[in-house]
Design a protein around this ligand. Structure first.
Ligand code: GUN
Ligand code: ZN
Length: 438
């Protein structure tokens, strides 16, 4: 019999984990255990199996009983902006006006460290309330906005990717940095935070329009100097943005070519949106194993356009899913994927419920190159998981009575669950959120 340490505990419930993309491997893509147990110790999953087999070996450790609930790996948000939390749901503008009128003044407040610290903590609390345990996050141009974010995430032991926005043009004077300053500030943050505990750094030029050529070149220098850091930015989101790119970068054949020229493509590069891409750009993204991030609720909210989900998948492009808070309208990956389903529908396409759940967990972990650590309920993985209530409200409970398959139940959950569907969220084996009793 396995001897467990005094800190070990078990979690019992229905367990769902993915091993592969369900669109590619219909048979072995996932495992569903109606009554299963996870054993957790020192922040890691140490065993997973059917209750019948495992429980008899677990008499010495406490078991958290979630028998009525579904447990999956914690959700991963591949693109969001924590400082925009307080500007979510701002009415009536498309990208560039929205940035000027709402976002830049909002981000200015992050020169105040205390404010940045307060919003960091609230943002992380909101994530776990929605079952999200990891995210790739933009801070602001102020290095202290990254510092306090990492401090908060490190205290909670949440695996986070974050970076200081590099932005020396386009924005108002009061929100700009200087190229060399952005290089040295980013570098200092990388040296302090990349790989500290669960924290990871992303070099973060906001988008090509808001960086001078010199700054884009320095972002490329950082990427070459720190190849295991991420790079995150925006690409081909809005038609007005595309026209401005064309006007400024006359020597480049398209938007992606600008980033390519400065050495910003690669398997750790995350490009949010990618709505209006041409054939060449798609080929080049594939060739360089760069990742697109599909942000459906943001794309609908800002009227940016429809991400060609099936077309990009057919070309075998790698992509992840993000909320893009605060242009996105929900921090919930479930709600975001429900919007993704509608975006596909508008193009005569479909996304299966299993694919959606895969994307929110293992799919995003793979896109971030973190699938050996997070995104699965598997021994050796970090114990980030979410407990879902498939009967969280009367309407969802009513709908579930008509649902036969697991797929159908997941689909109803995505559309009808809301935040009440999150029963509990565990991060590195610690329960960071428990739904209050109603
Ligand atoms: N492009 C440049 N900055 C931003 C931003 O903050 N949000 C979105 N959605 N697009 C951007
Ligand atoms: Zn964004």
């Amino acid at each position: 019999m396995t001897a467990y340490s005094a800190s070990a505990f078990g979690v019992r419930g229905a367990l769902l984990t993915f091993y592969e993309d369900p669109d590619q491997f219909t048979e072995q893509a996932y495992r569903y255990l109606e009554d299963g147990v996870l054993v957790i110790d020192a922040g890691k999953i140490i065993s997973v199996g059917p209750s019948k087999e495992l429980l008899p070996t677990l008499s010495a450790i406490p078991i958290h009983d979630y028998r009525e609930y579904l447990i999956t790996a914690g959700f991963i948000d591949a693109h969001c902006h924590y400082p925009q939390l307080q500007m979510i749901a701002s009415h009536g503008k498309q990208l560039l006006d929205w940035l000027y009128d709402y976002i830049f003044p909002c981000e200015r407040q992050f020169e105040n460290t205390e404010h940045a610290s307060r919003i960091s903590e609230q943002f992380l609390a909101e994530l776990v309330r929605q079952g999200t345990t990891s995210a790739a996050v933009f801070a602001t141009v102020h290095p202290q906005s990254v510092e306090v974010f990492f401090e908060a995430a490190h205290r909670l032991n949440m695996r986070m990717i974050c970076g200081k926005v590099m932005m020396d043009t386009l924005a108002p004077e009061w929100l700009r940095d200087q190229p060399e300053q952005s290089y040295f500030e980013s570098r200092a943050l990388i040296e302090k935070w990349h790989g500290t505990g669960r924290q990871l750094y992303a070099i973060t030029p906001r988008f090509a329009l808001s960086s001078s050529d010199q700054q884009l070149a320095l972002a490329g220098t950082l990427k070459a100097e720190f190849p295991d850091c991420y790079l995150q930015t925006h690409l081909s989101e809005n038609l007005e943005e595309l026209a401005a790119i064309k006007q400024r970068f006359t020597q480049h054949c398209d938007y992606l070519d600008v980033y390519d020229h400065f050495g910003l493509l690669g398997s750790r590069s995350l490009f949010a949106h990618g709505i209006h891409l041409n054939d060449r750009e798609r080929k080049r993204l594939k060739q360089t194993d760069s990742k697109l991030v599909f942000c459906p609720s943001s794309n609908l909210f800002l009227g940016s356009g429809l991400f060609n989900f099936q077309g990009l998948q057919a070309e075998d492009l790698n992509f992840a899913v993000g909320t893009d808070i605060g242009a996105g309208t929900s921090l919930s990956l479930l709600a975001t994927l429900a919007e993704g389903y509608k975006v596909a529908q508008l193009q005569g396409q479909s996304i299966s419920p299993l694919k959606s759940l895969y994307l929110a967990t293992l799919g995003n972990a793979r896109a971030l190159g973190l699938d050996t650590k997070i995104g699965m309920l598997k021994p050796g993985h970090e114990a980030d998981f979410v407990v879902l209530d498939l009967h969280a409200n009367p309407l969802l409970a009513l709908r579930q009575k008509q649902a036969g398959s697991l797929s159908e139940r997941l689909f109803a959950l995505m559309f009808l669950g809301g935040e009440h569907a999150i029963k509990a969220t565990y991060v590195a084996g610690k329960c960071l959120y428990q739904k209050p009793d109603s």
